[in-house]
Design a protein around this ligand. Structure first.
Ligand code: SF4
Length: 359
């Protein structure tokens, strides 16, 4: 198969189908890195407003490095995969303090940055420095699997090696930035997972999947991710206009985000009495009088490996002030919007009118 035909057709396709995106106007390493970290595991439409907000607030890597962590997490709120936000902030600090504000100018150097894998390093190396490194993300895997008719699963060791080799061979090394942008845009908008535009596709005469009528079958994946169910019962304690929250710091999901006191259970319950025997309840409420104002939820959030179901018990306490029990802090309820919460809590805060209906 002629690799130059593929690259030429792809570049012609791009000319006819331009996809303007704000970071394409700023081919500096900081902007590209920022856009790529925001877009990891995120659709462009969802990530775009976040990119614009981050770039407006932090126009330089130094500005991002000097920002308070809570401010960065708050700006990231709703985008998910929060380890990316922590890596973003940590890497900005490192680049600003140890590299004099300059991103590494080689693929290998970029790979040393936290949160930067092979794909992101190739994107920055090609877009910012015009270095010949082929990008390989989900969209590119799909295009290559179909065009070349590759039957190896994209997530197998053997498959990854073969795809990386073939991606490098097909790339137009004379114009890596244009080529990489073209194949990413082509995968995102044309050779899509469902309903690809095969009938109008300039690749179709050489596309193995199209010729063999296997477009729907490719690419192959070997692993199916099992999702674990988790049941969170949040205690929204209320006294004197305040409530308790804490920052999640354990090695679990949602590090550095805030949450209400939480009791995790084997199953979901709508009976607050079943929570009264827990250590957390004893610590925070003890023998104080309490009354249930309402139970809200269940609210659901699906993560890569887990499905979270959360209910919120709003409890009025007969005390003037909430107890001082670290790591919990008392905050005014009207100020909750200043903190970054996981999506499931954000949904609750935005819609506190739903009452519990267990299904
Ligand atoms: Fe993708 Fe269809 Fe074009 Fe093949 S013919 S590259 S499957 S859009």
């Amino acid at each position: 198969m002629d690799s130059s035909t593929f690259a030429q057709r792809l570049l012609l396709w791009r000319k006819a189908n331009p996809r303007p995106l704000p970071w394409k106007d700023h081919p500096d390493a900081y902007t590209i890195w920022l856009s790529e970290i925001i877009l990891q595991q995120t659709r462009v439409e969802q990530g775009l407003p976040y990119f614009e907000r981050f770039r407006a607030k932090y126009p330089t890597v130094e500005a991002l490095a000097n920002a308070p962590e809570d401010e960065v997490m708050k700006l990231w709120e709703g985008l998910g995969y929060y380890s990316r936000a922590r890596n973003l902030h940590g890497t900005a600090k490192m680049v600003a303090s140890e590299l004099g504000g300059q991103f590494p100018e080689t693929y290998e150097g970029l790979l040393q940055l936290k949160g930067v894998g092979a794909y992101t390093a190739a994107a920055i190396a090609s877009f910012a420095y015009d270095l010949p490194h082929a990008v390989l993300d989900g969209n590119v895997f799909r295009v290559l699997a179909r065009y070349l008719g590759i039957d190896l699963p994209t997530d197998s060791t053997e498959g990854k090696k073969l795809f990386a080799r073939r991606a490098g061979e097909l790339m137009d090394a004379a114009q890596p930035a244009a080529y990489n942008q073209a194949i990413m845009d082509f995968g995102a908008t044309w050779c899509t997972p469902r309903n690809p535009k095969c009938s109008a596709c300039p690749m179709s005469p050489n596309c193995q999947a199209f010729q063999q009528k296997r477009v729907e079958q490719l690419p192959l994946k070997s692993k199916k991710i099992e999702k674990r169910d988790r049941f969170f019962h949040y205690l929204v304690l209320r006294a004197g206009g305040e409530t308790l929250i804490r920052k999640r710091t354990d090695s679990d999901i949602w590090q550095q985000l805030y949450e209400f006191p939480m009791v995790e259970g084997e199953a979901l319950t709508d009976d607050p009495k079943s929570l009264t025997q827990t250590l957390l309840w004893q610590e925070l409420i003890g023998d104080n009088d309490w009354s249930l104002r309402q139970i809200a939820g269940p609210f659901r959030q699906v993560l890569t490996h887990q499905k979270i179901v959360a209910v919120f018990f709003e409890i009025d306490l007969e005390m003037k002030q909430l107890p001082n029990t670290p790591p919990f802090i008392a905050v005014e309820q009207k100020n909750l919007n200043n903190f970054a919460f996981p999506k499931v809590i954000d949904c609750y805060l935005k819609d506190k009118s739903l009452y519990l209906r267990l299904v």
